[in-house]
Design a protein around this ligand. Structure first.
Ligand code: PLP
Length: 512
C-alpha cells in the first residue's frame, strides 16, 4: 500500500499544535521566575549559526545568542566535531577536577589567548559551570589573599545570581560592598559624560579610598565589567579603566575583570581589557569559553594563590564536552581573526544604528563595542525636568560644541572606549531664562526618560519579523544585539533592516 504524505497544511497545523502545547505546558509547570521564555514564546527545535527554527516552522535570526554565549553561533561544525571526538574516544565525561588530556588542551589554548603579563604567571580555578560561581570564587580568592573583606563594585553592574555575585551587582545592598559610579555618557551620574565624566568617577573612587572617614575601609578587591552588558551595553572608557588599574595597583587592591560576557572576541579584541592595555589581577570567564556548553573559570596571578585546598569546590567542575567545545571555539576565534571582524562589523553596525537614531526621536542613545550593541529607547514626548528653581522653558539649544548640541543623534560624550551617540535634550531643557543662577552644568543636556514599554514593544515587533533580541539596561529599555561573531555582512544587514522596521512599527502608536 502506498504511503500518502500528509499535505503541507496538515504538517504546519500539527507543528503549530505541538508548539502551542509545549508553550502551554511550560507556563503551567515552570517557575514564575522564568525569564527569557516570557518575552520569547518560541520553541527552538533546530539551529545553525545565526538561525533558529521553531517547532511551528518559523525561522528567527538569533541576536540573543544564549545571552552572549554563542561566539560561533549555534552548532558550529568545529564545535560539533570537538564534542563528537570526545564522545567517540571513550573518555570519561565526569571527572570532578582531575587532570585529563581534554582539560590540559583547553587550559593551554585559554592561556594562549590571555594578556601576556597575566598568562606568564596565571593560575586557573575550574568552577561550578555558571559564571556566577566563578564570580563567587574570585571574591573568595581576593578576600583570602588580602585578608580584607570589603569589595568595590559599580552602579549598574551585573555579576550573577548567587549571593556574593548579587552583592556586587547593581541592585544589591550589602554593607561590605562600596558602590562606585560607572562612567557613562548618556546617563552620566555627573551630567557631563565624556572624558570629564569618567575622570570625575575616578576621582570619586580615589577620594573614597583615601579619605579615612569615607566609611570605606581598604577593600579586598574591585570588580568591574569592561563593558556593562546587562546594565545596558555601556563600554568603559579606556582611560577610565587605566585609572582604575592605577588606583587599585597603588593601593594593593586586586582588580577583578568580569569578562563573562565581553570575552572571546565579542568586543573587538579577544578580551575586552586589551582595548585599554590593562592587565587585571583576576579574570572571571564563562559563557563563550565553553563553546555553548556550561563552563566557568577564574584565572589569576600566582601570588594570589594562597587559598587552601577545597576553598572553592563543586561536583561539576570537569565538564569534558564543554572543555573540548570551548577549546575548539577559542582556537577558531583566534585563528580566524573573529575578534577583529567583530570590531569592524560592530563599528559599521553602530554607524547604521546612529542613522536610525537620527530618524527616530524615541532612540535616545546608541552605543556598544564590537558585536555588543545597544539601542536605548526613550520617551521623546517627556520634557526632561530641570533641577532647582529653574523651570522648563523653550530657550536656546545648548551652545555649539557642548555634548548633544548637534541636530540629531548628537554625540553624547564621545571619548569613551566604546562609542555612543545620543539625541540632544529637547531645546530648552538646558536653558535658564528666569533661573536664579545658571549652573555651568546647564550646558549639558539631560537624557530623556527611559521607555521600557516601548522597548518591550520593539522586542515583540522584532520577534514578529523573525528577529530575537534581548532587553537590558537599568530600566529594561535598551534593545541589545549580541549576534555570533561569524555573521556575514548580509546577515548583519538583515538584522538591522528587521530592527528598523520593528522600531518604526512600535514607535507609531507613541507618536500619534
Ligand atoms: N558576569 C557577567 C558580566 C554576566 O553578564 C553574567 C551573566 O549574564 C554573569 C556574570 C553570570 O553568569 P551566569 O548567568 O552564567 O551565572
Amino acid at each position: 500500500m502506498a504511503v500518502t504524505e500528509p499535505a503541507p497544511a496538515a504538517i504546519s497545523a500539527a507543528h503549530s499544535a505541538a508548539h502551542e502545547g509545549i508553550l502551554r505546558r511550560q507556563s503551567a509547570r515552570e517557575s514564575a521566575a522564568r525569564t527569557y521564555a516570557r518575552a520569547l514564546p518560541i520553541v527552538p527545535v533546530r539551529a545553525r549559526g545565526l538561525t533558529i527554527e521553531g517547532a511551528d516552522g518559523q525561522r528567527y535570526l538569533d541576536c540573543l545568542s544564549g545571552a552572549g554565549t554563542l561566539a560561533l553561533g549555534h552548532n558550529h561544525p568545529v564545535v560539533l566535531e570537538a564534542i563528537r571526538k570526545v564522545l567517540e574516544s571513550g573518555a570519561p565525561l565526569h571527572v570532578l577536577d582531575l587532570a585529563t588530556p581534554v582539560k590540559d588542551a583547553f587550559t593551554t589554548e585559554l592561556f594562549r589567548t590571555l594578556p601576556r603579563a597575566l598568562a606568564d604567571r596565571a593560575r586557573i580555578q575550574f568552577c561550578g559551570p555558571a559564571g556566577t560561581d566563578a564570580v563567587e570564587a574570585a571574591l573568595k580568592l581576593v578576600r583570602t589573599a588580602t585578608g580584607r573583606d570589603g569589595m568595590l563594585a559599580f552602579t549598574g553592574a551585573y555579576h550573577g545570581m548567587t549571593a556574593g555575585a548579587l552583592d556586587v551587582s547593581g541592585g544589591a545592598q550589602d554593607v561590605r560592598v562600596a558602590r562606585l559610579p560607572y562612567p557613562q555618557d548618556y546617563r552620566c551620574p555627573f551630567g557631563i559624560g565624556g572624558a570629564d565624566g569618567a575622570e570625575l568617577a575616578a576621582r570619586w573612587t580615589e577620594s573614597l579610598l583615601d579619605d579615612p572617614k569615607s566609611g570605606v575601609p581598604l577593600p579586598a578587591g574591585m570588580i568591574l565589567e569592561p563593558v556593562q552588558g546587562e546594565g545596558g551595553v555601556i563600554p568603559a572608557p579606556d582611560g577610565w579603566l587605566r585609572r582604575m588599574r592605577e588606583i587599585t595597583a597603588a593601593r594593593t587592591i586586586p582588580l577583578i575583570a568580569d569578562e563573562v560576557q565581553t570575552g572571546v572576541g565579542r568586543t573587538g579584541t579577544f578580551w575586552a581589557v586589551e582595548h585599554s592595555g590593562v592587565v587585571p589581577d583576576v579574570m572571571v570567564l564563562s559563557k563563550a569559553i565553553g563553546g555553548s556548553l556550561p563552563l566557568a573559570v577564574v584565572v589569576y596571578r600566582d601570588d594570589l594563590d594562597v587559598w587552601p585546598p577545597g576553598a572553592h569546590a563543586g561536583t561539576f567542575r570537569g565538564n569534558q564536552l564543554a572543555m573540548a567545545a570551548g577549546a575548539a571555539t577559542l582556537e577558531y576565534v583566534r585563528e580566524n581573526g573573529l575578534a577583529e571582524r567583530a570590531g569592524v562589523l560592530g563599528t559599521r553596525m553602530l554607524t547604521q544604528l546612529r542613522s536610525l537614531a537620527a530618524e527616530h526621536p524615541c532612540i535616545g542613545d546608541v552605543r556598544g563595542r564590537g558585536l555588543m550593541l545597544g539601542v536605548e529607547l526613550v520617551d521623546p514626548a517627556a520634557a526632561a525636568p530641570v533641577p532647582g528653581p529653574r523651570s522648563v522653558n523653550h530657550g536656546p539649544v545648548p551652545p555649539a560644541g557642548s555634548a548633544g548640541s548637534s541636530g540629531s543623534a548628537g554625540v553624547s560624550g564621545g571619548t569613551s572606549g566604546g562609542t555612543s551617540a545620543g539625541h540632544p535634550l529637547p531645546a530648552g531643557a538646558a536653558g535658564a531664562a528666569g533661573a536664579a543662577r545658571p549652573l555651568a552644568l546647564d550646558r549639558f543636556p539631560r537624557p530623556l526618560p527611559p521607555a521600557p514599554e516601548l522597548a518591550a514593544a520593539v522586542q515583540r515587533e522584532c520577534l514578529h519579523r523573525g528577529l530575537i533580541v534581548e532587553l537590558g539596561g537599568r530600566h529594561s529599555s535598551v534593545v541589545r544585539l549580541l549576534p555570533p561573531l561569524t555573521i556575514t555582512d548580509e546577515q548583519a544587514a538583515a538584522i538591522l533592516d528587521r530592527l528598523a522596521d520593528a522600531i518604526s512599527a512600535a514607535a507609531r502608536p507613541h507618536h500619534g
